[in-house]
Design a protein around this ligand. Structure first.
Ligand code: NAP
Length: 488
């Protein structure tokens, strides 16, 4: 078992210096396993956002960052990646204590992905920021194109996967030459503090990287309303995203929106059942279901439906629930009391519905404490139930039977969301054909939870727009300038 240790209190990073909030206010962040405070965190207000925007604006307008040769920026991004890997265990401990993510999963999966994002975008900056030369209709006219950074980018990130979803914005933004203000979720700010220190230690110049912690409503409104901020890169709930879009119109903010999901995982009778069960189980229960792309509706073809439900239920009942610092743990605690109450509300909703509870439905504690919810499976669900339509964001899944391909696609697409999806089948041809018909930004065939830094990621429909990861993400942190030269 990894031991908990003291985490220093957190300050704001503004203009290259760590500082308390203007108001001197702080709040605490809670460990959902012990339900004890981990440490105090500075609680920023509008004045602090103003100072951070002033610093980021000055660093962009007057500093060298946006004008530095791409190779210089790339070197700093590569240094950040190396420092993150060196400090992997500290990041893992912070994420486990703050968010309840199993420590071992973080080290094996999340950490390499996060440092990989800095390496990928560092490399891409060296190649993809070049301009061009266009053919002219006029003999004495030359047309040059340049790719330029946007300016000041505010990254507003959610409580789940705090580090990964911060890196997926900060790495491309910095690579393209923007300056950053990061506002992490109030419930899980600890890795954001460590990442900002990495940026300082790697030599990111003063004012290029700023961090403000505090209440989303106040800080969000200050960032969105400030005309000196060029872009908001947001990951969070669809409702908050819509609010940002409305308010952002006043200052014509560039926006990327990574929002909620209710992703269908379609299992056909010709699938390798053992592998499909793994994809279904981890698809919904990884990180206790606090995953935007969780396979949160499992659709199963009639001939294997009974066997599949029975075996998935057994897997859920046998899952190892425990302290995320224990290497044996599969399912950690829900990140906060508010989320825990919300998820339990959906368990009650499921119990009161026409669906059948097959596994879970209860809570657990360790030594009388902890926000643990058992992996919960509701069988015989229909797609119109609240547990099938709304994002639960916890370890609770409805299983819905279907008769044929057309019915599976109809159910899969019958949702306001369009983030991820999956098809488990023995026929790759069928999988690829269905991939064309499913309206979602990601389709996993015979797998779930695959993410590479070079593969674009993002939503259709109410799951948002814009892409993170891949060359597509760099595009959304740049703008194109055309320079006309009259040689006559
Ligand atoms: P959230 O409540 O929308 O909060 C997200 C971030 O926005 C937090 O930093 C929050 O700060 C801030 N915020 C709150 N109110 C705001 C406002 N009025 N203006 C501007 N910012 C505001 O979401 P969450 O509960 O942290 O995260 C879960 C949601 O994120 C789920 O819906 C999930 O599907 C989605 N998500 C999507 C993706 C994706 O890639 N598509 C990935 C992960 C999660 P405070 O914490 O201080 O309130």
């Amino acid at each position: 078992m990894i031991q908990r240790r003291d985490i220093p209190s957190g300050e704001l990073l503004i203009a290259g210096r760590w500082t308390g909030a203007f108001s001197n206010e702080t709040s605490v962040t809670i460990d959902p396993t012990t339900e004890l405070a981990i440490t105090r965190i500075a609680k920023a207000g509008r004045e602090d956002v103003d100072a951070a925007v002033t610093a980021a604006r000055a660093a962009f307008d007057e500093g060298p960052w946006g004008r530095t040769h791409h190779e210089e920026r790339a070197k700093i991004l590569f240094r950040m990646a190396d420092l993150m890997d060196e400090r992997a265990e500290d990041f893992a401990l912070r994420e486990a204590m703050d968010m309840g993510m199993p420590y071992a999963d973080f080290l094996a999966i999340i950490m390499p992905h996060c440092s990989g994002l800095f390496r990928f975008f560092g490399g891409l900056a060296m190649n993809a920021m070049e301009g061009g030369y266009r053919a002219s209709y006029e003999a004495d006219v030359r047309i040059l194109t340049r790719r330029e950074p946007l300016g000041v980018v505010a990254a507003i990130t959610p409580f789940n996967f705090p580090l990964a979803l911060s890196c997926s914005k900060i790495a491309p933004a910095l690579a393209a030459g923007n300056t950053i203000i990061h506002k992490p979720a109030s419930d899980t700010p600890l890795t954001a503090l460590a990442l900002a220190q990495v940026a300082l230690d790697a030599g990111v110049p003063e004012g290029v990287y700023n961090l403000v912690t505090g209440p989303g409503g106040t800080l969000g409104d200050a960032l969105i309303g400030d005309a000196r901020v060029d872009k908001i890169a947001f990951t969070g709930s669809t409702g908050v995203g819509q609010g940002i879009m409305r308010k952002g119109a006043d200052t014509m903010k560039r926006l990327t929106m990574e929002l909620g999901g209710k992703s269908p995982n379609i299992v056909f009778a010709d699938a390798d059942i053992d592998a499909a069960l793994q994809a279904a189980f981890w698809g919904i229960f990884w990180n206790k279901g606090e995953v935007c792309v969780a396979g949160s509706r499992i659709l199963v073809e009639a001939p294997i439906y009974d066997e599949f439900v029975e075996r998935l239920g057994a897997m859920a009942r046998n899952a190892v629930i425990g302290d995320p610092l224990d290497p044996a743990t599969q399912i950690g605690p829900i990140a906060s009391r508010a989320e825990y109450d919300k998820v339990l509300g959906y368990v009650e909703e499921g119990r009161a519905s026409s669906a059948r509870l097959v596994a879970g439905g209860g809570t657990r504690q360790l030594g009388g404490k902890g926000l643990f919810i058992e992996p919960t499976v509701f069988a015989d669900a229909t797609n119109d139930l609240a547990i099938s339509r709304e994002e639960i964001f916890g370890p609770v899944v409805p299983v819905i039977p279907f008769a044929d391909e057309d019915e599976a696609v109809r159910i899969a697409n019958n949702t306001p969301y369009g983030l991820a999806s999956g098809v488990q089948t023995g026929s790759l041809a069928r999988g690829l054909k269905l991939a064309d018909r499913i309206r979602a930004g990601t389709v996993w065939l015979n797998c779930w939870h695959k993410y590479h830094p070079n593969a674009p990621f993002g939503g259709y429909k109410m799951s948002g727009y814009g892409r993170e990861q891949g060359a597509e993400a760099l595009e959304s942190y740049t703008q194109h300038k055309t320079v006309w030269a009259n040689l006559a």
